[in-house]
Design a protein around this ligand. Structure first.
Ligand code: NAD
Length: 370
């Protein structure tokens, strides 16, 4: 997952929680353990200045608990900035469940997880992420109201992935406009890595625009299905980063732009759904900039899903959700423009913009208190 780039020996040398590389003044970290169901989970509440912490739950077979902790720290921080840059009145949090979603996820485990979420009295509100389905959120809903992304039949908004894909598509078009002078993706060679919930929906948009789509995934059966459905080419080379492409869309796991790949990527635009694409946001963001590659910040362009589930908490209006998600196009252009003017990376520009909003809200909150 996102944490695979971290040198485990280095991690272990640090203090267990507050001294972690990815610890970023998180407000609260909750370790959840239940022997009967085998649940081992970590809930990370990064920042609640803008509101209660909202973010999905990921179930993954981490190599170690260090990886799981590092992942939840990075992901929850990303949620704070994602919601802030999107203008949502919500804070950032995330949860990880340690285990194989295919073999270790049971209804009892999901409900027990829900009880832990409930114990936080709404400070953290969950949703689905990798390894989770809408039906899992329904199980969580049986024990707590602090969950989004539940079935439409139960008053929820269902799977957020199609909206996420639409936002990624908008962000990709904006980045293409900045890099190539036109936002048309027709004829562009685009590699989509990971054709799960979001990746497949993205392929659909790209195929409709006559882009030349190549797909890669570890799931061979899914590759065959998606290839046949959208006439997409399956990547057959030995190494994805040798591919001759215009646009790279990481839609699987994080940290794919790392020391090993950052100088080899042939694409001129990077725009995808995966969270935390840059293994080290400062180092790798700057190298992409030097290489003239337009990087559409992940937490900005993959915000469609959070826009969708957030609406469940306030007022669910599909037209408003689409409008907000479409606006990712304009925000991406603004961020690229701001980064160019300030001579900083697009990732830094997006972080700065989000942080400014949080600082402003903090000031307002303290004025209201006094
Ligand atoms: P998913 O689990 O449905 O799909 C992930 C796909 O990636 C699967 O098909 C899997 O086989 C594939 N994959 C895993 N490891 C791979 C590898 N090494 N190489 C190639 N393919 C690999 O997940 P999703 O919901 O589509 O989310 C994809 C990414 O987008 C995740 O990083 C997630 O955190 C992020 N994201 C998702 C949403 C959402 O609404 N679902 C919102 C924001 C961000």
């Amino acid at each position: 997952m996102d944490a695979t780039f971290v040198n485990e020996k280095e991690l272990k040398k640090m203090d267990p929680v507050f001294g972690q590389l990815s610890f970023n003044d998180h407000e609260q970290i909750v370790f959840c353990n239940d022997k009967d169901t085998g649940l081992k989970a970590i809930i990370g509440i990064h920042n609640s200045v803008m509101g209660p912490a909202l973010g999905g739950t990921r179930m993954f077979n981490y190599n170690s608990e260090w990886d799981a902790l590092n992942d939840v720290l990075r992901l929850s921080r990303g949620m704070t900035y994602k919601s802030a840059i999107t203008g949502l009145n919500i804070g950032g949090g995330k949860a990880v469940i340690i285990g194989d979603a295919k073999t270790q996820k049971t209804p009892e485990l999901m409900k027990k997880f829900g009880e832990f979420v409930h114990s936080l009295s709404g400070r953290y509100i969950t949703a689905e992420d990798v390894g989770m389905e809408t039906s899992d959120m329904d199980l969580v809903r049986d024990v707590t109201p602090y969950v989004t992304g539940i079935s439409e039949s139960r008053g929820g908004s269902g799977n957020p992935s199609p909206v996420t894909a639409y936002g990624v598509y908008m962000g990709m078009k904006a980045a293409a406009k900045s890099q190539f002078g036109s936002d048309s993706l027709a004829g562009k060679k685009i590699l989509v890595q990971g054709i799960g919930h979001v990746g497949e929906a993205l392929v659909d948009y790209l195929a409709k625009e006559d882009a030349l789509v190549t797909i890669a995934d570890i799931n061979k059966q899914k590759l065959e299905e998606v290839s046949a459905k959208y006439s997409a080419q399956i990547y057959t080379g030995a190494d994805l980063f040798d591919a001759d492409i215009d646009i790279y869309a990481p839609c699987a796991m994080g940290a794919t732009i790392n020391d090993d790949t950052v100088y080899r990527i042939n694409a001129k635009v990077i725009a995808g759904a995966a969270n935390n694409q840059l293994a080290d946001e400062n180092v790798h963001g700057a190298i992409l900039q030097e290489r003239g590659i337009t990087y559409a910040p992940d937490f900005l362009i993959n915000a469609g899903g959070i826009i969708n589930v957030y609406a469940e908490l306030v007022h669910y209006d599909k037209a408003e959700i689409i409008r907000r998600t479409e606006n990712i196009y304009n925000t991406t252009l603004e961020i690229i423009d701001y980064a160019t003017k300030k001579g900083i990376t697009t990732h830094q520009a997006a972080l700065e913009t989000a942080q400014n909003r949080i600082n402003l809200r903090k000031l307002e909150n303290s004025r209201l208190k006094s």
